[in-house]
Design a protein around this ligand. Structure first.
Ligand code: FES
Ligand code: FES
Length: 901
């Protein structure tokens, strides 16, 4: 028996002294505010206080707790009210997905106990061990610095929510630990599942009998193999179902699942992989596109004998004539690596059988696609699958693909018992999709006046062992290959190529960040003015021949950057006249990004209902993965309806209770689902106005069992009690809305209207390069983004901060090496100490098709950062970095090569 104090209360536990405190808190005591992101001391998500000092609960054995004092995030709020630190986090928008938030709070609390007025350095020091993948840390640091003098609470009146920085509607739950992520909630009688995965990138295998294994481990309830999967093939695209749930006879990448063990958790965790009777026959693996394309290379999939999953193509004008008439040409070859999403929440969830249906609670970005894919795998009608999304602890595209869902569904169905599964960090990093590595060759030509004339772009993308989102990348990149510039002659070709690497999939930008590194590196010698001259504007035609009719704010972004740019360039050049070793540089990166799916219908539908007792619910099928869609979609709907946003209750993502809002991807939820929510709000409002027979301008007031509509001096009442119930939620009035962005298919030359609207941005980076060490420190970013309309400016800023952090990682440190960087101490992501000062400038060139003028910001936030940093390195040193990340060894090599020339 071990006795200690937990959040001020005496606690005694009988458990093995070696048991990790994080497991004791979560599994034995149900205190799930303490998260597990790595179980290895790398991420800090499990940070708690031990005798007032921050520790990683995953590294503290229970045996060390005797007589000591443990504090977790559950103990911060008193009587249900947030404490001042939590309140400050809420007001500053310091929690996005929220999975790191309890750890951040506890780390900050350890500082504030001894230092009520810490400096920025003090705060950054104490938060240095806790990773956040969403926020870019700036708002977290500000929240800690401003404890006690928090920003005021914002409560807009009816009809005035859009454009205000209201706090996240689901923010408080993220701060107290009440929010339930994939691993936080499960039935008590759950079995546990784990997989055995391939140690080889390519191998055949044979399985022996599992009878001995079951005998040796009585807690092992069942073993699943490919033979148990009713339809063992899935994939994002309806015509490319190339990925098995469990491999059949051979594996195509290291980390591919082969066997699932289901049973008592302790029993199946005690089984070593080597005990499982699998006989491996390794084969030569194809790890690079060149090897996959070589004559005679074995085909990974029979239906693609040349290993080319898909080709993208775009042709506009006459590129040969364009280059022939040009006065200057810039060209280069560029290379980018696999990049890991590194969301702090590993994949997790549980499934249970309910009669003839299966319910799945899991972390996902796309409940409706999950439903349909599980139905396909199980051979069920989709109506027999219910997906209930958990809170999502970061996705960035990585949780658009299935992870735990198929096997927990299959196991729960077969056994009639609920089954849960959480990926370990190495499993997550081994098995999940990555950003596509790219090899790009590009040439840009301009005339004597600096106007771009022609672009020739060719990109090969390593799509790994399975298609995942490879077709999306191959098709999106040609459209964006010119960058956000008007170019009359364009030729762009892409290929997604199968290899024996982990599947590459969706990651914030779908290939556009890789393309942006190429086009931005090739821009001219006066970087801002050259871009301004060539910026695509309303009235110009894109490379697909689409005439931009409105909202193309790149030139405005550059105009707002100009004074910062001139001052920073002058300061850097002055400093460089004094300093030899530490060189300063200023670079610029621009981007554009088509909002929504490429040339495809991608509708969203929303419903808002009103019950007899006057309760309003927004049934919102769009999953909030931390970007804030729960809040901004509610702001839009509330304004359309004419009620305060606080009147809305939110149901998110449950496929039994919402309509299909499509995926949380392609920066589409504000624009597409926002429009659907606006239409739903307007529909319900119109019904109420009709019932009361009042005009469009009437004010609407919700009361108990009634709605009062005021017009002029009149007050008319709609008595809700008299209305019949509609549907299963008890609503008596329902508004529905649907929006599908107007696009057209692309023809054989890639011509058409791929997107209804585009986001634009220009970012400026200031760096210091140590030319003896090759190290690069980013000191400041100024980011100007045209978002159409900022529905919630604080959340737009938060997205930009987070995008900059991921862009900085892409530029300087992140490189996933299959088989080598499968944990968060070998794979580095930016910490609070890596983050520069950031200034955000929001440009609002309103989009007439957008809800109240909004476009999107999720992916645009990241794309310009790496090019801006690379441009700054070039300004500082004169060297052009064409392979990222620009690690010190690569920068040093480039400097040495330059010195030798
Ligand atoms: S879970 Fe403990 S440090 Fe990551
Ligand atoms: S808010 Fe920090 S990881 Fe998502």
């Amino acid at each position: 028996m071990i006795s200690f104090r937990l959040n001020g209360k005496s606690t005694a536990l009988e458990a093995p002294p070696i048991r990790r405190l994080a497991d004791v808190l979560r599994e034995d005591l149900g205190l799930t505010a303490t998260k597990i992101g790595c179980n290895a001391g790398d991420c800090g998500a499990c940070t708690v206080l031990l005798d007032g000092k921050q520790v990683c609960a995953c590294l503290v054995p229970l045996g060390q707790l005797e007589g000591r004092d443990v504090a977790t995030a559950e103990g911060l709020a008193a009587d249900g009210a947030l404490n001042e630190l939590q309140e400050s986090f809420l007001r500053h928008g310091a929690a996005q997905c929220g999975i790191c938030t309890p750890g951040m709070l506890m780390a900050a609390a350890s500082l504030l106990r001894s230092n009520r007025r810490p400096s920025r350095d003090d705060v950054e020091d104490v938060l240095g061990g806790v990773l956040c993948r969403c926020t870019g840390y700036r708002k977290i640091v500000d929240a800690v610095l401003n404890v006690g003098s928090s920003l005021p609470s914002i409560s807009p009146k009816a009809g005035a929510a859009v454009g205000t920085s209201i706090a996240k509607l689901d923010g408080a739950a993220k701060l107290t630990g009440a929010e339930k992520y994939g691993a936080d909630s499960f039935p008590a009688d759950c079995l546990w599942l784990r997989t055995v995965r391939s140690p080889h990138a390519s191998a055949g295998f044979k399985m022996g009998s599992f009878a001995d294994l079951k005998q040796r481990h009585p807690g092992l309830v069942t073993v699943l193999t490919a033979a148990d999967v009713p339809h063992n093939a899935y994939g994002i695209y309806p015509d490319i179902k190339d990925q098995p749930v469990l491999a059949e006879s051979h594996v195509r990448y290291r980390g591919e699942a082969v066997v699932a063990l289901v049973g008592d958790r302790a029993a199946i965790e005690a089984i070593a992989d080597e005990e499982v009777p699998i006989e491996w026959h390794p084969r030569a693996a194809i790890m690079e596109p060149e090897a996959a394309l070589a004559p005679g290379a074995p085909a990974l999939h029979a239906f693609r004998p040349d290993n080319v999953l898909i080709r993208g193509f775009l042709r506009k004008g006459d590129v040969v004539a364009g280059f022939a008439a040009a006065k200057a040409v810039a060209s280069g070859s560029f290379e980018t690596p696999f990049v890991e999403h590194a969301y702090v929440e590993p994949e997790a969830g549980y499934a249970r059988r309910v009669g003839e249906r299966i319910e799945i609670f899991a972390s996902t970005q796309t409940p409706y696609m999950d439903r349909d894919e599980i139905a396909l795998i199980m051979g069920f009608d989709p109506s027999r699958i219910r997906i209930v999304p958990s809170a999502c602890g970061g996705g960035f595209g990585g949780k658009l693909d299935l992870s735990v869902q198929p096997l927990i569904a299959l196991a729960a169905w077969k056994l009639g018992r609920p089954v849960r599964w959480t990926y370990s960090r190495p499993e997550s990093m081994r098995a999940s999709t990555k950003r596509h590595p790219a090899k790009i060759q590009a040439r840009f030509a301009c005339d004597g006046a600096g106007k771009l004339m022609a672009v020739d772009f060719a990109g090969d993308f390593n799509t790994g062992a399975y298609a995942s989102w490879g077709p999306t990348v191959a098709n999106r990149v040609p459209v964006h290959a010119t960058g956000p510039y008007a170019v009359p002659h364009v030729l762009a070709r892409t290929r997604a190529i199968y290899t024996n690497c982990p599947p590459a999939g969706a990651f914030r930008g779908f290939g556009v960040p890789q393309a942006a590194i190429a086009h931005e590196t090739l821009m001219g010698l006066d970087p801002l003015e050259f871009r301004h001259l060539n910026a695509i504007r309303a009235g110009d035609a894109t490379a697909t021949g689409q005439g931009l009719v409105a909202s193309a704010g790149l030139a405005q972004c550059l105009d707002t950057l100009r004074p910062h740019w001139r001052a920073a360039r002058a300061a850097a050049e002055a400093a460089n006249r004094r300093e030899i070793v530490s060189r300063r540089g200023v670079g610029i990166g621009c981007m554009w990004y088509g909002i929504g799916n490429t040339s495809m219908s991608n509708p969203s539908s929303m419903r808002v209902g009103l019950t007899r007792d006057g309760r309003l619910t927004l049934y919102n099928g769009a999953v909030d993965i931390g970007q804030g869609s729960n809040t901004i979609i509610a702001q839009i709907c509330a304004d359309a309806l004419g009620v305060p946003v606080s009147a809305l209750h939110i149901v998110m993502g449950d496929t039994d209770r919402t309509l299909d809002a499509g995926k949380t991807s392609a920066s589409r939820q504000a624009f597409v689902s926002g429009n659907a929510a606006k239409a739903a709000g307007e529909d319900l409002r119109a019904k109420l106005l009709r019932l009361a027979n009042v005009g469009e301008g009437a004010a609407l007031e919700l009361g108990a069992g009634q709605v009062i509509l005021r017009e002029g001096g009149r007050a008319l009442t709609v008595d809700l009690a008299k209305l019949p119930a509609l549907g299963s939620e008890g609503d008596v009035l329902i508004g529905e809305g649907r929006f599908d962005p107007p696009t057209t298919p692309l023809d054989a030359d890639g011509q058409g209207i791929p997107y209804a609207t585009y986001g634009f941005a220009a970012q400026m980076a200031e760096v210091e390069v140590d030319i003896e060490l090759g190290s690069v420190k980013v000191s400041r970013i100024v980011a100007a983004h045209d978002v159409g309309r900022a529905i919630n400016p604080q959340q737009v800023e938060g997205q930009i901060h987070g995008g900059i952090a991921q862009g900085l990682g892409l530029a300087l440190m992140e490189e996933y090496l299959p088989g080598r960087s499968e944990n968060l101490h070998d794979y580095l992501i930016p910490t609070v100490g890596d983050m520069p000062e950031i200034e955000v400038i929001i440009v609002e060139d309103r989009e007439p098709l957008g809800p109240y003028g909004a476009k999107g910001i999720g992916e645009p936030a990241l794309i310009p950062t790496a090019p801006a940093i690379l441009g700054a390195i070039r300004h500082a040193t004169g060297v052009r970095i064409t392979r990222v990340p620009a690690t010190p060894d690569r920068v040093l090599t480039a400097l040495q090569r330059q010195a030798a020339e």
